[in-house]
Design a protein around this ligand. Structure first.
Ligand code: AMP
Length: 178
């Protein structure tokens, strides 16, 4: 058993590039090999949460659907709650909603109205930062609930898409960059 800390390079090595998924011209970054490897999965959570001590965060926010996997594991490690940001129509109780632009058309994300108390110390985690539209919409919802955003962390950042530009003033960090 290799107990040495997992590096970003080891995670990068495990991420599988799938060309033309879900449509021609998109190179999908498949994180399932990272999840399937016990050491890499735990190591990815360690890297995503490394700035934070257990008890210093009230809630980790995860974005539908792959973001849930990392955010939920990070929440248990940080002894924090977990709050889902979901696609519109999936959450059962009253929601706040935020529209955002896609390449063609638009999408809407939602959060329960009572998911966060004003001033809650929160960390947003998603698997991948592409154009930044999804994260910007999630941040808009967190701001509507007056959350104190301590960090916005992605396992993967597609730097050439400039997604950080949509998250001005936010403490953005990523583990693996392309
Ligand atoms: P965006 O709003 O453009 O930043 O897109 C971010 C969301 O889309 C993330 O939640 C990702 O899960 C997903 N996504 C976008 N591009 C890719 C890609 N090339 N590979 C895997 N997931 C992607």
């Amino acid at each position: 058993m290799n107990n040495s800390p997992v590096t970003a390079a080891q995670i990068a090595h495990a991420i599988r590039n799938v060309p033309d998924f879900p449509k021609p011209g998109i190179q999908f970054k498949d994180i399932t090999p990272v999840l399937a490897d016990a050491r890499l999965f735990a190591g990815s959570i360690d890297l995503l949460t490394e700035e934070f001590a257990p008890g210093s965060v009230d809630a980790v926010i995860g974005i539908d659907a792959r973001g849930f996997i990392f955010a939920a594991a990070a929440a248990t490690k940080l002894k924090a709650g977990f709050v889902p940001v979901r696609k519109k129509g999936k959450l059962p109780y009253q929601t706040l909603e935020q529209d955002y632009a896609l390449e063609y058309g638009h999408a809407t994300v939602a959060m329960h109205v009572d998911a966060l108390k004003p001033g809650a110390r929160v960390l947003l985690i998603d698997d991948l930062l592409a154009t930044g539209g999804t994260a910007a919409a999630a941040i808009a919802l967190m701001k509507k609930l007056e959350a104190n955003i301590l960090g916005v962390v992605f396992l993967i950042e597609l730097k050439f898409l400039g997604g950080r530009g949509k998250l001005p003033g936010q403490p953005v960090r990523s583990i693996v960059q392309y």
